[in-house]
Design a protein around this ligand. Structure first.
Ligand SMILES: *Cc1c(COP(=O)(O)O)cnc(C)c1O
Length: 380
């Protein structure tokens, strides 16, 4: 039995403003990296009170951030087990080795005690991941990194618009990387950015994204390009196009509203699940966090796939954020010791969250989840 109306896990939110912005770019006929990217970067820079550089994906932003810090072959980068494979691939693309760390017992963030076990003389950076939009232990990660002279490159793909201790993610710290893919807090279609106050990283990143051609970014902003600029390092074709930037400009204008909707929906979920002992959710303060996803953990859940299938049958699409990366062939490790990850990841399910949903959809979804969670078939 499949209902004809499917509640999607996530969905882009596009208004006529984005369509008009893109239409303008198409009519102007300059589709590469130009004025629109410049304007979008200026607006982001104002938003973060720090310089922002745009790329064609969030993955590219992380890759370039590492390279711009001089991290590569022979280096190690500490990263949590539970993250999108993009984080791991970005690290290995730089030539460095992603060193997988366990997560905390009661949240999905990188465990500092495991970081202390995995650090070696080759460790150059930590990449904490702001899962769902928040990062409970970012402060202690920075403190530790400072002591050990490590770079911190925040995977803030989920955290656009979130605050940590009242400070906007990206407006402080070392480097923060955001994603603007289709379903993130704001989108450019595909895209991402890096935010930092490190002038060297900024200059380096601008060159790296344009195939390593020195100072090409400035030319591109005005519709030109550098024909004779020197190339001193490996570069990548990672810059953003004006079409994508146009979408971003419109989205940024609507962000307050989009963010408000996400927060309201998550607060409604929290309220619905508060009295249900079996269903746990992560304690997030939506005054400061703009949530990207809504994850629940069902105690002792053994048949998660069956649970998800039952939900899909009644029109509720769900997800898993994420499959532990050490289980992939590419990132396999020999001494598998991730007790918290093993305990937590089998019990997590991500419920639908996007601005098109309303209180009624949250009631429908949570009622169904609560009813199903009472059935014994999922626990043996
Ligand atoms: C989306 C995402 C990325 C990568 O961003 P893209 O823009 O899709 O390349 C990285 N890390 C996490 C946790 C993400 O969710």
């Amino acid at each position: 039995m499949v209902t004809k109306h499917l509640i999607r896990l996530s969905k882009s939110n596009i208004s006529k403003n984005e369509i008009q912005e893109v239409k303008n770019v198409l009519e102007i006929g300059f589709l590469g990296m130009g004025q629109k990217v410049k304007i979008f970067e200026e607006r982001l820079t104002k938003f973060f009170s720090r310089e922002a550089i745009c790329f064609n994906s969030g993955t590219a932003a992380i890759h370039v951030a590492l390279q711009a810090c001089g991290i590569g072959k022979g280096d190690e980068v500490l990263v949590p087990s539970i993250t999108y494979v993009a984080t791991f691939q970005a690290i290995s693309a730089s030539g460095a080795k992603p060193v997988c760390c366990d997560i905390n017992e009661n949240n999905l963030h990188i465990s500092l005690s495991d970081i202390k076990k995995k650090i070696t003389s080759r460790t150059k950076a930590i990449v904490p991941v702001h899962i769902a939009g928040y990062s409970e232990n970012l402060g202690e990660i920075y403190k530790f990194a400072k002591k050990k002279k490590l770079r911190v490159i925040e995977d803030a793909a989920h955290a656009f618009g979130s605050r940590y201790k009242k400070k906007l993610i990206g407006s402080f710290g070392d480097i923060a990387c955001f994603s603007f893919d289709g379903i993130k807090n704001i989108t450019t279609g595909e895209g991402g950015c890096l935010v930092t106050k490190d002038k060297k990283v900024i200059q380096n990143s601008k060159d790296i994204r344009l195939l390593g051609v020195k100072n090409d970014s400035i030319k591109r902003y005005s519709g030109h390009r550098s024909w004779i600029g020197d190339v001193e390092q490996q570069g990548w074709r990672y810059h953003m196009s004006d079409i994508n930037a146009a979408i971003g400009i419109a989205q940024l204008k609507r962000f307050k509203n989009l963010s408000k909707k996400r927060k309201i929906l998550c607060k409604s979920y929290d309220k619905k699940f508060k009295e249900i002992k079996k269903i746990n959710f992560f304690k997030i303060d939506y005054k400061s966090v703009c949530p990207h996803i809504y994850i629940i953990k069902i105690t002792n859940l053994k048949k998660r796939e069956l649970f998800r299938k039952k939900l899909l049958n009644i029109g509720i699409q769900t997800g898993i954020h994420y499959f532990p990366n050490y289980k992939y062939k590419m990132f396999k490790v020999s001494n598998k010791n991730f007790p918290n990850t093993e305990k937590i990841y089998r019990e997590i399910i991500t419920l639908p969250l996007h601005p098109e949903l309303n209180e009624k959809s949250i009631k429908y979804i949570s009622d169904k989840v609560i009813n199903l969670s009472k059935k014994s078939i999922f626990y043996k």
